[in-house]
Design a protein around this ligand. Structure first.
Ligand code: 9YT
Length: 129
């Protein structure tokens, strides 16, 4: 059994901080669960264009509010606490945190993230074996 606390991850190499987001990787590929789990902060006012071509991602919002735009359809969905979205078609999207609030989200990736990924020019994570 694995038991881990967010406070043990903050400030380590599993705490990945960028201009728009801060991802605390709770479970990674090496944990052999078949998925990774992240506690991620989308920073106030951030607007992130992403396209997880190689991963499926589900995201559950636990703090803040914002919106997600589906770049295939132009549909914009409001995000509030208690909302989950699943990028079941590797959907290219823009994620926005509203002004005056960050968003805190629990993200699950399949296949699992290794911990070393950065977004490429398309907003995708490259697979590392
Ligand atoms: C929600 C989202 O896609 N945020 C970008 C960071 C990513 N989820 C991660 O690595 O935690």
């Amino acid at each position: 059994m694995l038991v881990r606390k967010l406070e043990d991850i903050i400030g380590t190499d599993k705490d990945v901080d960028t201009d728009g987001w801060n991802s605390r990787r709770l479970l990674l590929k090496d944990d052999n669960m078949g998925y990774s789990v992240h506690d991620t902060i989308i920073k106030e006012g951030a607007e992130l264009t992403m396209w997880y071509k190689h991963h499926l991602e589900a995201v559950y919002l636990i703090e803040g509010e914002g919106e997600i735009e589906d770049l295939a359809t132009g549909d914009v969905h409001g995000l509030a606490v208690g909302t989950i979205y699943a990028l079941d078609k590797h959907d290219r999207h823009i994620l926005r945190a509203n002004k005056g609030t960050h968003m805190r989200m629990v993200c699950v990736f399949n296949p699992p993230v290794t911990g070393q990924e950065v977004h490429d020019e398309d907003g995708a994570y490259i697979i590392h074996d």
